[in-house]
Design a protein around this ligand. Structure first.
Ligand SMILES: Nc1[nH]c(=O)nc2c1ncn2[C@H]1C[C@H](O)[C@@H](COP(=O)(O)OP(=O)(O)OP(=O)(O)O)O1
Length: 211
């Protein structure tokens, strides 16, 4: 197995890796701070589409709920719902709290993967615990931080917009398909550049194998 980036442990299999500048090394991880990110993915949702001159077609599709960040770092980007794990909380408790605060809903979240994110402006590594749920309760509600919107992961069959990867954190396109297909993943992305223009220069994603 090739050498794993610092911070990646476990029985993992490389899925994708890359580098904009091979000469640059992984950043040193001094401390970790824990964050969460939660996604609702409705697989097999039946929608009715009116087909001109024919009739109504019933199609099954995969829908994913994303939020457009309205303030702070990452403003304008689409992401899952989440934030810092507070003292005394487990990551799952924090993910449930943040989902409710930012999107107004409750969901039976399950662990989906881990993303380690490092950048220039911050001396710690973000350890992001990523969760997903197949269903939710409550009413999806826009908050001060996030504007929730549904997207389709099966764009050929739908009138919902496709997942807007061009308006997400750059390497998310690598792991969102793993999240959707319920393959547990772990990854790391190191960014460089000023806060609002930072770009990934080195990344690695793998799937977590059963031991
Ligand atoms: N999907 C994602 N892909 C990625 O590569 N980096 C991400 C990411 N989601 C978050 N990050 C990184 C960048 C981001 O600034 C940092 C903190 O994540 P958040 O935006 O969730 O935290 P916030 O600063 O909004 O925390 P709160 O104020 O507690 O809500 O982690």
């Amino acid at each position: 197995m090739d050498q794993l980036p610092p911070g990646i442990t476990g029985n993992v299999k490389r899925f994708l890796s890359g580098s904009q500048k091979d000469a640059l090394q992984w950043r040193q991880i001094k401390t970790l701070k824990h964050y969460t990110n939660a996604f609702v993915v409705q697989d097999g949702k039946v929608r009715s589409l009116v087909v001109p001159f024919l009739s109504t077609a019933h199609i099954k599709e995969v829908q994913i709920l994303l939020g457009m960040k309205k303030r702070g770092w990452g403003i304008g980007k689409y992401n899952g719902f989440g934030g810092k794990v507070d003292q005394g909380e487990t990551p799952l408790e924090a993910a449930m709290r943040e989902l409710e605060e930012e999107a107004g809903i409750q969901a039976p979240l399950e662990y989906a993967g881990t993303l380690i994110f490092l950048t220039d402006d911050v001396e710690w590594a973000f350890h992001i615990h990523i969760y997903r749920a197949d269903s939710y309760t409550g009413t999806i509600t826009e908050s001060e931080e996030m504007k929730p919107e549904w997207f389709s992961a099966s764009p050929d069959t739908t009138d919902l917009p496709p997942i807007p990867f061009e308006r997400m954190w750059e390497t998310d396109e690598a792991w969102i398909p793993l999240l959707i297909s319920k393959k547990t993943f772990i990854g790391r992305a190191d960014f460089v550049g000023p806060k609002d223009q930072s770009k990934p220069y080195k990344w690695w994603y793998g799937t977590v194998e059963d031991s």
